[in-house]
Design a protein around this ligand. Structure first.
Ligand SMILES: [Zn+2]
Ligand SMILES: [Zn+2]
Length: 349
């Protein structure tokens, strides 16, 4: 089969590789029908994720059809259409029982396209298949569901739920990339009064307005903190979500948060960030952060099924799976290409 393999910093290749086989009774082999590229894959190629070994197939998002199941699998059979969670979890270890699937102690957590071969391939092996796969209801838009492997639950769990978005709140989302947009789409569940989208890309900001942002702040047009304070009568925002992962954007969140507010950090940070405790403590601010658990996937799937959210709107480019190297180019030059999410489809079997 073909797979997109990480060959060391800055190097990737679409190569022939052996098809994965069942290694444990709880494994499921999935034929990938659609996958996508994540900002995290670009971080890996930049060298930000030293835990990945050269030769690993990239990718942790996708949908597909069950090809083969291990002897211990109860919930799936060959031919079932499935959504793959970016987090692998056994469902029964101490951390899984606390709902902390991202830190599953039994070979789980962020495994796919990191510690084991991922989804940017014709076939993928999913450990703990019963818990790490989700059945796709009949007649659902599978392209939209690829957005549910990672970005929708990340924006929802780490942004909206951790930030406790409530009716009437003023929310700022700093970063209008795919995860910021996912937070925007799912913040709507809680009817905030105002959602201010903050970015430096005009195309993304106008797209955010189509997705329900009430206001947009272009950081390239002056002091963003002052602009947001002016929009909120000098009070600041109830929830500030950081969806970039650099010190400057986290600092902006600290500058615009209202007393009693919540800063929800979604961004993946590579360097330390100054925490203005001397200003924040007296303002009753809480700060949250984390890796997605993906335990809201069923909930989000129902929201897509009933038309409450349409994550397929995040897909700006479509490619055949074997054009993946070209797709990386487009996704890597997102600003010039106007790219948000690129969808890669395998030819029909
Ligand atoms: Zn991802
Ligand atoms: Zn576990």
């Amino acid at each position: 089969m073909k797979a997109l393999v990480y060959n060391g910093v800055g190097q990737k290749e679409w190569v022939e590789k052996p098809k994965p086989t069942i290694q444990s009774a709880t494994d499921v082999i999935v034929r990938v029908t659609a996958t996508t590229i994540c900002g995290t894959d670009l971080h890996i190629l930049k060298g930000d994720v030293p835990t990945i070994a050269p030769g690993t197939t990239l990718g942790h998002e996708g949908v597909g059809v069950v090809e083969e199941v291990g002897a211990g699998i109860r919930g799936f059979k060959p031919g079932d259409r499935v959504l793959i969670a970016c987090i692998t979890a056994c469902g029964s270890c101490r951390n899984c029982r606390k709902g902390m699937h991202s830190h599953c102690l039994d070979g789980g957590g962020w495994q796919l396209g990191h510690l084991i071969d991922g989804t940017q391939a014709e076939y993928v092996r999913i450990p703990h298949g019963d818990f790490s796969l989700h059945r796709i209801p009949e007649g659902m838009d599978e392209e939209a569901l690829v957005m549910l492997s990672d970005i929708l639950p990340t924006g929802f769990e780490i942004g909206v739920l951790a930030g406790k978005v409530s009716p009437g709140d003023t929310v700022a989302i700093v970063g209008a990339g795919p995860v910021g947009m996912a937070a925007l789409l799912t913040a709507g569940f809680y009817s905030p009064a105002k959602i201010i989208m903050v970015d430096m890309d005009k195309k993304r900001l106008s797209l955010a307005r189509q997705f329900g942002a009430t206001d947009a702040v272009d950081v390239s047009e002056g002091n963003a903190a002052e602009a947001i304070m002016a929009m909120t009568d000098g009070v600041g925002v109830d929830v500030a979500m950081e969806a970039v992962g650099i010190p400057k954007t986290f600092e902006l969140c600290q500058d615009i948060i209202a007393p009693g507010g919540r800063i929800a950090n979604i961004g993946v940070h590579g360097t330390k960030v100054d925490l203005a405790l001397e200003r924040l403590w007296i303002q009753n601010i809480s700060i949250s952060m984390g890796l997605v658990n993906t335990d809201t996937m069923q909930q989000l799937m129902r929201s897509v099924e009933t038309g409450q959210i349409d994550p397929s709107a995040l897909i700006t480019h479509r490619f055949d799976l074997d054009e993946i190297v070209e797709a990386y180019e487009v996704f890597g030059n997102a600003a010039e290409e106007g790219a948000l999410k690129v969808l890669l489809k395998a030819p029909a079997a």
